[in-house]
Design a protein around this ligand. Structure first.
Ligand code: SAH
Ligand code: SF4
Ligand code: F3S
Length: 464
């Protein structure tokens, strides 16, 4: 039987957010445990996995383009197995389309049953029949799947799955199901094990980390989780995403302020600055709430960096509504933002709302929005000029092999002359050229900083 010739090599392409990346690390971990080896040449590889995202229409289009291309690859590599999983597969009409029009897809599974992947793959290998298995939802988190981490020194830790918020534009509650929080003890043990394995930075993941624990015992909440993880020795940095403004309590802000390992950085998507549009989006906060939360953070967390997400052209968004968004961006002075053109997602309430905004108006608004954001980002970055910052070095610069890149605690990308031995270390960098999207700097020896390592990126006076 021809399947006995299958090559034990795999290639995973991940679309979408950090959640999907973390899932891909688990898929890769399971495959490596089965003896599979990663291989980058798609023409030679035995198994290709597309872990898909459905957040906007162009995300769907890209995945279909990639699936389409495999048809040609299969002509020269006929033993290739194609597995498709992730958020797109949670939509029955998409699975139907794949079954009908993409015979090159051999295996389909969803976001709730990635742990079944080895079993599904095995079944396919044994009987050669297409396997389609998608769970609608799940109320349990499968613990202890092997994880093949991309970086030895930093890691994603999913603290909760799903989303209960049903923002009217968003597909995620349909693709990821309801919120399920992991037990704090399980998270603590995982982070402790990561640190024992050499990891110095963790990023806690959830669609809305601020509502962590709402489904668990009374005193389990995000603020307490941060405080608990902050006690782990040799862990240097704790990051988290994403925060929803409606659940960003004073307790969470105080925990960020109090915990030395929790970075002074927060990604806080506001989506719009117009209270009217926020209501239509079902975001459950107002313009005043945003300004109040941001002010509170700036007051309590020294040198905090705040980034956001903005959607332009939500149905019914008027020029006045859009001006409100610009007003809030200016008032909050976000360090940076991801900006999106509203994209219709079939099955969500906003898809059928009246007054869909023409594409040219969306484009005009996003351009004006970016102009304001870039100016603010540029001005904020100027404050870093000549400062000494702590950088966790991540990798070689894509543009110049003699330079390394890393991030400050505030999430700023820093580029400096260094070598591979810096990777995974925290180094002190003096910023020599603050640009709009990155900071160029020079490595300095610790003594030059007076031996003080300042967790908050505060300026270290050179001659003090
Ligand atoms: N859970 C996170 C966001 C996850 S999706 C939160 O609530 O903040 C990431 C971003 O994609 C969102 O913040 C939003 O800005 C954008 N997005 C989601 N649905 C969209 C749609 N239909 N059209 C355009 N952008 C969208
Ligand atoms: Fe989508 Fe809203 Fe949930 Fe974020 S909070 S994942 S935007 S429904
Ligand atoms: Fe995309 Fe799913 Fe993440 S839709 S953004 S991969 S949760």
């Amino acid at each position: 039987m021809k399947h006995f010739n299958k090559k034990l090599t795999f290639f995973i392409k991940t679309f979408g957010c950090a959640m999907n990346e973390n899932d891909s690390e688990k898929l890769s971990g399971m495959l490596k445990a089965l003896g599979y080896v990663e291989e980058n040449d798609i023409n030679k590889v035995g198994l290709v996995i597309f872990n898909t995202c459905s957040i906007r229409e162009n995300a769907d289009d890209r995945v279909f383009g990639n699936i389409g291309a495999i048809k040609t690859v299969k002509k020269t590599n006929p033993d290739l197995i194609l597995a498709v999983c992730g958020c797109m597969m949670q939509q029955p009409e998409i699975v139907k389309k794949i079954v009908r029009t993409y015979p090159q897809v051999d295996l389909v599974f969803g976001t709730h049953n990635i742990h079944q992947f080895p079993e599904l793959l095995n079944n396919f290998l044994v009987n050669g029949q297409r396997m389609i298995e998608v769970w609608e939802d799940s109320d349990a988190i499968v613990e202890d799947l092997p994880t093949d981490r991309r970086y030895p020194f930093k890691a994603f830790v999913t603290i909760m799955n799903g989303c209960n918020n049903f923002c009217t534009y968003c597909i995620v509650p349909y693709t990821r199901g309801r919120e399920v929080s992991r037990q704090p003890g399980k998270i603590f043990n995982e982070v402790q094990a990561l640190v024992a394995d050499g990891c110095v930075e963790v990023t806690l993941l959830g669609q809305n980390v601020n509502s962590y624990g709402n489904d668990l015992e009374k005193d389990v909440n995000f603020a307490n989780l941060l405080r608990k993880l902050n006690t782990i020795e040799n862990l240097k940095r704790i990051r988290f995403m994403t925060s929803h403004p409606k659940d960003l309590t004073d307790a969470v802000i105080e925990a960020i302020a109090d915990c030395d390992k929790v970075c002074n950085y927060i990604h806080l998507p506001i989506q719009s600055g117009s209270t009217r549009i926020l209501k239509a989006m079902n975001r459950k906060y107002t313009q005043e709430d945003i300004i109040n939360r941001v002010q509170k953070m700036k007051d309590r967390i020294p040198d905090v960096a705040i980034t956001t997400d903005i959607i332009v052209g939500f149905p019914g968004e008027t020029e006045e509504d859009f001006m409100e968004t610009l007003k809030v961006i200016k008032a909050c002075k976000f360090d940076s933002a991801f900006t999106f053109l509203y994209s219709i997602r079939t099955g969500t309430p906003a898809a059928t709302m009246e007054n869909q905004i023409p594409e040219e108006i969306k484009h005009d608004r996003i351009n004006r929005c970016l102009e304001v954001l870039h100016q603010i980002g540029h001005d904020i970055n100027q404050n870093y000029q000549d400062r000494v910052v702590e950088v966790l070095v991540e990798e070689t610069s894509r543009n110049n092999p003699d330079r390394m890149t890393g991030r400050t605690r505030t999430g700023k990308l820093v580029i400096f002359e260094g070598d591979l031995s810096d990777i995974g270390k925290q180094v002190m960098i003096k910023i020599t050229d603050a640009k709009t999207f990155s900071l160029d700097g020079k490595k300095i020896e610790q003594e030059e900083t007076d031996g003080r390592i300042n967790p908050y990126d505060d300026p270290v006076p050179e001659n003090s």
